[in-house]
Design a protein around this ligand. Structure first.
Ligand code: KG4
Ligand code: ZN
Length: 343
C-alpha cells in the first residue's frame, strides 16, 4: 500500500510517500523557520499563508522523488489535528482536492499518533504493549499502548510542553528560534552541575510541569545585567538537564510500574542529544528495549503521518473511522483517562 502523507499542522509544510507503513520512498519538508525567527515563535497567520505557498511544490517534489504518479497512490493521509486550525485547513483542502481529482481515498491522521508511531518506521520488530513518550513543541505525554490503536494516557504536561520550554528559555537568552536545537548545541560538553535548576516531580502523578523551571531560568537571568557566552552555555546545560532528568526518570519509573519492556520516544524533543543518551543508558541498565526515531523523523514530517494511517488501517478496518474533521485542540484519542499507578 502506497500512501502520500501530508503534514501542515504547525510550521513545517511536509509531504512523504511511504510504502506499507515503513518504507519511506520520499520525505520532503518546506521549513518556515526563517519566517518565524524574528518573532521567536510561530505566528499562526503567517504559517498558514506560507503553507498555501509551499504545499503544492512540496507534494510535487515528494511524488517526483518517489517516482510515483498521483493515480498510483492507494491513499492520502493528512493531519487533521491537533494543530493550528488555519494551517490544518491548508493540508486538508489540498489532500481532499488531490483525492477528488485522482480518485484516491483521503484519511485523516492524528499528529500525536504520528509522533508516537514514528520510531516504528525504522524498526519493524516493535509490537505493543509499549510505553510511549511524545515530547514536542506542543505536547508532553506519557502514553501506554496496550494494543495497536488503544492509547491510555498516563500523564501529560500541566502547563508548557517540553519543547515550548526549550523555545521560551532560548528566547529569554536571545538565542534564536527554534530554541531546542540551539540550547542542545550550546549545552554540549558543558558541566551541567554549574547552574542547578529545580525539577517539578509532581509526585503521585505521571504528569509533567515545565513552566516553573522556565521561571527559574528567568529569575536566574535577572540576577545579573549581562552574561558571557560561557555562562549562557552553562545555563543551557543546567536547564536541559532539569528537563531531561524529569522526562527520563518518570518514563523509566512508569515502565517499571507497568512492567512494560519496550519504550518508544517521539516528537521534536526526542532529537535532543542528552535525552537520547540518557534513555540509551537507562534502558541498557534496566534491560528495556528502546525505540527512538532517527533525528529527522523526530521533528514534524509527513512520513509519520502516512505511517500512522497505515497502522490504523491494519487494526481498524472501518474506513468511516478516519474522520476528516479538523481537530485544532484535541489530543490523541485516548481509550482511558488515566491508569492508577503512580511514582
Ligand atoms: O515535533 P515538533 O517538530 O513540532 C511539534 O509538534 O511541536 O517539535 C518541535 C519542538 C520545538 O519546540 C523544538 O525546539 C524542539 O522540538 N526540538 C528540540 C530539539 N530539536 C527540536 N528540543 C530539544 N533539543 C533538540 N535537539
Ligand atoms: Zn509535531
Amino acid at each position: 500500500m502506497i500512501l502520500l502523507g501530508v503534514e501542515t499542522s504547525c510550521d513545517e509544510t511536509a509531504a512523504a510517500v511511504v510504502k506499507n507503513g515503513r518504507q519511506i520512498l520520499s520525505s520532503e519538508i518546506g521549513t518556515q523557520f526563517d519566517l518565524h525567527r524574528p518573532y521567536s515563535g510561530v505566528v499562526p497567520e503567517l504559517a498558514s499563508r506560507a503553507h498555501v505557498q509551499l504545499i503544492n511544490p512540496v507534494i510535487s517534489r515528494a511524488l517526483k522523488k518517489a517516482r510515483i504518479k498521483p493515480e498510483q497512490l492507494d491513499g492520502i493521509a493528512v493531519t487533521v489535528g491537533p494543530g493550528l486550525v488555519g494551517c490544518l485547513l491548508v493540508g486538508k483542502m489540498t489532500a481532499e482536492s488531490l483525492g477528488w481529482v485522482y480518485d484516491v481515498p483521503v484519511y485523516g491522521a492524528n499528529h500525536i499518533e504520528g509522533h508516537l508511531l514514528s520510531p516504528i518506521l525504522s524498526d519493524p520488530s516493535v509490537q505493543p504493549p509499549f510505553l510511549g513518550l511524545v515530547v514536542s513543541g506542543g505536547h508532553s505525554e506519557l502514553i501506554y499502548v496496550r494494543r495497536w490503536g488503544q492509547y491510555e494516557l498516563l500523564g501529560r504536561t500541566r502547563d508548557d510542553a517540553a519543547g515550548e520550554a526549550f523555545d521560551k528559555v532560548a528566547k529569554m537568552m536571545n538565542l534564536g528560534y527554534p530554541g531546542g536545537p540551539i540550547v542542545d548545541r550550546l549545552a554540549s560538553g558543558r558541566d551541567s552541575s554549574k547552574v542547578v535548576f529545580p525539577r517539578a516531580w509532581l509526585h503521585g502523578t505521571w504528569d509533567f510541569s515545565f513552566s516553573g523551571l522556565k521561571t527559574a531560568v528567568l529569575y536566574k537571568l535577572r540576577t545579573k545585567r549581562s552574561w558571557s557566552k560561557s555562562e549562557i552555555a552553562d545555563i543551557c546545560a543546567g536547564f536541559q538537564l532539569a528537563v531531561v532528568d524529569v522526562l527520563v526518570t518518570k518514563t523509566m519509573a512508569a515502565a517499571k510500574a507497568l512492567k512494560v519492556k519496550t519504550i518508544v520516544i517521539g516528537g521534536g524533543v526526542a532529537a535532543n542529544s542528552l535525552l537520547r543518551k540518557q534513555f540509551v543508558g537507562r534502558c541498557a541498565d534496566e534491560n528495556r528495549t528502546l525505540l527512538m526515531a532517527p533525528r529527522e523523523l523526530c521533528t514534524d514530517n509527513a512520513a509519520m503521518v502516512a505511517a500512522a494511517v497505515y497502522f490504523k488501517k491494519q487494526y481498524q478496518k472501518k474506513s468511516s473511522n478516519f474522520s476528516l474533521l479538523i481537530q485544532p485542540q484535541l489530543h490523541i484519542p485516548f481509550s482511558k483517562k488515566s491508569i492508577p499507578v503512580f511514582l
